[in-house]
Ligand binder design. Sequence first.
Ligand code: PLP
Length: 411
Amino acid sequence: MTHALTHANASSLRDLSPALQNKTYFNYGGQGPLPTPSLEAITTSWKRIQELGPFTTDIWPYISAEVSKTRGRLARLCNVPAHRLALSENVTTGCVLPLWGLPLNDGDHILISDCEHPGVVAACHELARRRQLQVHTLPVKQLRLGADQQARTDRDVLAAIEQQLTSRTRLVVLSHLLWNTGQQMPIAEVAAQLQQHAAQPYLLVDAAQSVGQIPVAKAAQAADIYAFTGHKWACGPEGLGGVAISERMLTETHPTMIGWRSLQDESRAVADDPDPFHHDSRRFEVATSCVPLMAGLRCSLDLLEQEGSSDERLGRIRTLSEQLWKELQSLPGVSPLLEGPPPAGLVSFQMHSEATGATPSEVVKSLGAEQIWIRDLADPICLRACTHVCTSENDIAQLIDQIRMLPAMIS
Ligand SMILES: Cc1ncc(COP(=O)(O)O)c(C=O)c1O
């Protein structure tokens, strides 16, 4: 495969990101760096709002143009029509707001993977408690084959779903890229499988780790709820994300967190109006949010595109993650979670305490003292380093060298 970036340190996105100038950064799955042009786009927009308004007649055309450009941009990223794209503030609200609007009946079943993020898991359990639903677990945590065996992983995921589905399963919750093991889930194939099922379960996809990292259009088109944020792999500001909603969601669900932006006529709510809500994805939007962030996210997405197409960027990310995965494997006492090269840029690994004499959080702290930033995860207990198009081969060399030196540093 040819990559847009073929040599180390070739990323201009990297050069434009102050956060990457003074540290060796591997926490893109937690938050991406904000490039300077994106920060400037935010402050320019903020100033413009103050010059025009903030609350004058002149400001509304500006705000409505910002909202519509951003909706259009995120819809294009997901390859869905703009009316299917709701703006959100983070991954979790993108998942949870539509979740609460699903037309579930008492006694229905939810099937949720064992690799979902705690916020979404907690929301499903609370929904289940209030509606007397049963929550069943989809086991995917133990799938540890690498990208060279993706077809087998895909088959295993589909088989596990088949085994867990019941006649009352109305919702399946599964991330596109698992934040802990780094495994990729076959979302479009899962959606097709669920369509064949008599109960036609909805498919909620947490896309926190996929947007900005891997091509998402097929999965975003296929899911009922495909929720993401701009502040991780897309290197946008925190506080702005989106959710692609299926056509059936627009007709079959009800908004739950209701505000003036959910209303067709935002200036009034009439008590006897049986259908006051937008018929498009705006029914899941709520109220005032931070408009200047929108220019920042669009700028980051433009900068990301300049690094290559989404396939080219993934190629580069995989080259780097494979290198990291191989080098980790060669270190004594270190085992990557996956048995083969990772499908994307999440590289999780375990360090046996006899090799370091340290817990994962102590390892994170020791590396942080050298300005090398990775993170630890609780389930499975492991460490995670992410490779991004901003990552250089030198970053990887530094991480590996420091891990090699850890026993001496910690003792
Ligand atoms: C898979 C996954 N889901 C959800 C979240 C929460 O993201 P947010 O704070 O944008 O809701 C994260 C953040 O790390 C994540 O990795």
